[in-house]
Design a protein around this ligand. Structure first.
Ligand code: CS2
Length: 474
């Protein structure tokens, strides 16, 4: 076994560059962060952080990032020990290239050092807060953290911030604004709510790039390619898209971001609904089907002709008819190619996490719209049934797995009560208003089709049942 190479750090950048990586060449030492990012996961580090890195590289020193992990210290501490640097492997038809990202200047862990995060939000140089705290992160703790930072800012006589949610939620900016305003009205700083209303901007935004979590294999690939050990090494695709609403505390930021490749628009909704329905909706469908069938990564799912056909038809016939993104056909075809990227190794179980929080964004709008128009819902009902089968916690090869979901205990109890009884299981799980929102649980047609497909999955297996659906729809 070859010895472990030195850890990635500022002094290793020249060596990484000599091996062909793109590296930051701007002076990083002494920069004050202008962005506080909450949620230091893989996605931010391969998406918004790259935009900020490009701006810093262009000489605009305002975009360094103070990255905040909400709970888990592993990446916050590990990346801090690497001077905030990490390597990104970008894989496409054109080949593989490596880039070391330099925009992360500092890290904190909110659960461990909350005051540090409040101070960072209130720091004079801070201009933006960005967030990727996942769907389940939008609760009172988040609002209180933001409000404490904003109150400290206001009391210091500083200006407001642009606070940009980058999570896969419809109207994410407006939601975050409502959450903060609710918290601000009961804050002990009585001036806070009107100040936020006047001084802070909460743009809606749609973010898109497929970024699987760091794996040991990716870390090894970074060692081999760059001659450094990087605990935060990531792999991603070439595609990246950030569409943001023109609503900024500093109105000039729109042009600045546009200059770095961000799409700045007056209304994000047609982009966000297309992305949630087509990309994330298909992702979740493949995640549950793949987990149940024992297909470990998304590329395996889409390489299976039955799954590929299903996902294509789900998008074409049940999701796209309700979209306002005019180029949805090209977007769909590009998605099928992106899902097939063999380098990504995107685990179905990673995407399967937190289904109770994701489904309402991903499948419910299309299901309701199809039902309202009296159109077919076979694919969407199949998705729901596959999720119910997934909740049993064991795949069709007999391998058990953990269901990671804030509602896992309650949902798995329902799924496992009479695991062979599709009608009873579908009835119990279709009634969960917390998952499906208000209107669907009352729809007996939908419930009936979910029960039908769950019965087919249980008797035939998930891929054979899907094949039956594909043939019946042909
Ligand atoms: C995925 C997303 O994990 C998931 O739920 O569907 O993270 C997806 O990869 C991104 O939204 C792509 O932009």
């Amino acid at each position: 076994m070859s010895p472990t190479p030195p850890p990635l750090s500022q002094i290793q950048l020249a060596a990484a560059a000599a091996r062909g990586a793109t590296v930051p060449t701007y002076p990083r030492l002494g920069l004050s962060p202008g962005v506080v990012h909450l949620g230091l996961g893989a996605f931010h580090r391969a998406h918004q952080a790259l935009v900020f890195d490009a701006l810093l590289q262009s000489g605009d020193t305002r975009w360094g990032v103070h990255g905040v992990a909400m709970h888990n210290p592993v990446f916050a501490d590990g990346l801090a020990a690497q001077d905030g640097l990490y390597a990104l492997q970008v894989a496409s038809h054109a080949g593989i290239r490596w880039q070391v990202v330099g925009s992360l200047l500092r890290t904190s862990v909110a659960a461990r050092e909350r005051a540090q995060v409040v101070d960072a939000i209130a720091a004079p140089a801070t201009r933006w807060v960005t967030l990727t705290v996942t769907e389940k992160g939008y609760g009172p703790d988040l609002a209180a953290l933001l409000c404490d930072g904003l109150a400290q800012r206001r009391q210091a006589g500083l200006g407001g911030l642009t606070i940009a949610s980058c999570d896969n939620l419809g109207h994410n900016g407006r939601r975050l604004q409502a959450l903060c305003m609710e918290s601000a009205t009961s804050h002990n700083d009585a001036e806070l709510a009107p100040w936020i209303g006047q001084q802070c901007a909460f743009p809606n935004s749609m973010v898109d790039r497929i970024v699987p979590a760091t794996t040991a294999a990716r870390r090894q690939a970074a060692r081999d390619a760059l001659g450094v050990d990087d605990m935060g090494a990531l792999g991603t695709e070439a595609f990246t898209e950030w569409v943001i609403e023109r609503r900024f505390a500093d109105p000039l930021d729109g042009d600045t971001l546009a200059g770095a490749g961000v799409t700045v628009v007056d209304d994000v909704s047609r982009f966000e609904e297309a992305k949630l329905g087509l990309l994330n909706g298909s992702h979740s469908a493949m995640a549950y089907v793949g987990a149940v069938a024992g297909l470990p990564v998304i590329a395996d799912c889409v390489a299976n002709p039955v799954v590929r056909r299903f996902v294509h038809d789900l998008m074409t016939h049940e999701v796209a008819p309700h979209l306002r993104r005019p180029d949805w056909q090209a977007y769909r075809d590009a998605l099928l190619a992106r899902f097939a990227n063999p380098e990504l190794q995107h685990s179905v179980h990673q995407i399967a996490n937190d289904g109770s929080q994701k489904i309402v964004q991903r499948w419910v709008p299309a299901t309701l719209a199809q039902r309202q128009g009296g159109q077919g819902i076979e694919h969407l009902a199949f998705c729901a049934a596959a999720w119910m089968r997934f909740l049993q916690g064991v795949d069709e090869r007999g391998n058990g797995y953990t269901v990671n979901d804030p509602m896992a205990v309650a949902l798995q109890a329902l799924a496992q009560r009479s695991p062979r009884d599709a009608a009873a299981t579908a009835q119990a799980l279709c009634s969960q208003g917390a998952v499906w929102a208000a209107d669907l649980p009352a729809d007996s047609v939908w419930r009936g089709r979910v029960a039908h497909w769950l019965a087919a999955i249980l008797s035939l297996g998930v891929l054979a049942a899907m094949d039956q659906l594909n043939l019946a729809q042909a």
